[in-house]
Ligand binder design. Structure first.
Ligand code: NAD
Ligand code: DAU
Length: 357
């Protein structure tokens, strides 16, 4: 089993990254080293998400660096100053709708940023074998499924949005650095995450917050697109399993084995929000509004994660109902976090986008 002294987590102020740092620094992971969180704090990054960790462990086991992954000098300095021996790379532009409106930032961060990190790691680590570059990627690189079948680790890449094309490029660069320079790498492709601290532009938090505020619940197209939902802590336990025990140069799919049509998920979410908030489910249902579809909207994603389960013994830990209820409760209880992330640039972008639809 691999062990690390100091892990550089990129994008640790985002949704999955902040949950990952929380997980790694908890007793659940068994990790005893230090975390360096390197994040540019774009609209999606929020240091509030780790304020309690910073207070408790800042300067001891937790360090925050505000820096851009495309800034080579800043990344080199992080490697030198903190003697980094593992990278868990999550920093990215992550929202498909935004990539349709403005693809350039996605190419810059997801492609050039990943290249910069890989190249700094290659030079800093030379021939060391006690180090690891782990890349967090998405099932969207595999394209869109019909009514049957699953994405496996050998499914050919077929990205269809600027976001997924940029993530596919980053995956290829990671594997190219392994094959060409023998950089020790592992890679995971996961399905849709949900849970606390998710920026309110993705389906689950958009719907919960709109229900709380009695706003329309915007369903794209016919609402029958399918996603495979994975609780964020289960995603992060899988990433950590792969970082410790995954075979170098290999990819592992991570999924919830939990497919839902968007409209059916919304139906379930309405009942949970009604139960937890005391609102009437009938009045919440009346907010459902079908809106113009996302261009190039992938129809169905479904992950076969049997490799991860059989070879590395990972399992999901929560049912969808348990995970969704915890998530609903978290958004109901954390209005301070919500108000802060919804100020400024986010609101402007959302207003423009909503009018366009
Ligand atoms: P997010 O948008 O919530 O967070 C991204 C973080 O990256 C933010 O903190 C942001 O400030 C930071 N960042 C962006 N550009 C940067 C740059 N140039 N330099 C440094 N930091 C930068 O994203 P997320 O949902 O937490 O996703 C994390 C990773 O997981 C991404 O790589 C994404 O592609 C992948 N992923 C996400 C999901 C999902 O369902 N959310 C599923 C599969 C894969
Ligand atoms: O599959 C993994 C991917 O999941 C990640 O790589 C991405 O970073 C992450 O954003 C997510 O992409 P999706 O496009 O699947 O997620 P999103 O939450 O944007 O949308 C989920 C589904 O819900 C999709 O079919 C579009 C639909 N949708 C979304 C929003 C925001 C709606 O119907 N209404 C909405 O308001």
């Amino acid at each position: 089993m691999r062990d690390f002294k100091t892990i550089l987590v990129t994008g640790g102020a985002g949704f999955i990254g902040s949950n990952l740092i929380r997980y790694l620094l908890s007793d659940k992971s068994g990790f005893t080293g230090r975390i360096v969180n390197l994040d540019a704090l774009t609209y999606a990054g929020n240091p509030d998400s780790l304020a309690d960790i910073d207070k408790r462990l800042g300067g001891k086991r937790y360090f925050f660096l505000k820096a851009d992954i495309c800034d080579r000098k800043a990344v080199e300095k992080a490697f030198t100053d903190y003697a980094i021996d593992a990278v868990c790379h999550l920093a990215a532009e992550s929202h498909v709708d935004r990539s349709i409106l403005g693809p350039e930032a996605f190419i810059r961060t997801n492609v050039m940023g990943t290249f910069t990190l890989l190249d700094v790691a290659r030079i800093a680590w030379k021939d060391r074998s006690d180090v690891l570059f782990h890349h967090v990627s998405t099932d969207e690189v595999f394209g869109s499924l019909g009514d049957s079948g699953f994405f496996t680790e050998t499914t050919p890449y077929d990205p269809r949005s600027p976001y997924s094309a940029s993530k596919a490029s980053s995956d290829h660069l990671v594997m190219a650095y392994h094959h060409t320079y023998h950089l020790p790498v592992t890679l995971t492709n996961c399905s849709n995450n949900y849970g606390p601290y998710q920026f309110p532009e993705k389906l689950v938090p958009v719907m919960i917050l709109n229900m709380i505020e009695d706003k329309p619940l915007p369903v794209y197209g016919d609402g029958k697109n399918i996603r495979d939902w994975l609780y964020v802590e289960d995603h992060n336990s899988a990433v950590w399993t792969v970082m410790q025990n995954g075979v170098l140069g290999q990819t592992y799919n991570i999924g919830g084995e939990n497919e839902w049509e968007n409209i059916k998920l919304l139906d379930r979410l309405i009942d949970l929000v009604a139960e937890e908030s005391g609102k009437s489910s009938a009045s919440l249902r009346s907010l459902i509004t079908y809106v113009k579809d996302r261009p190039g909207h992938d129809r169905r994603y479904a992950i076969d994660c049997s490799k991860l389960k059989t070879e590395l013994g990972w399992r999901q830990s929560v049912t969808f109902d348990e995970g969704l209820r915890k998530t609903v409760r978290w958004y109901l209880d954390n209005s301070g976090w919500i108000n802060r992330v919804r100020s400024g640039e986010y609101r402007t972008w959302m207003d423009v986008n909503y009018t366009q639809r």
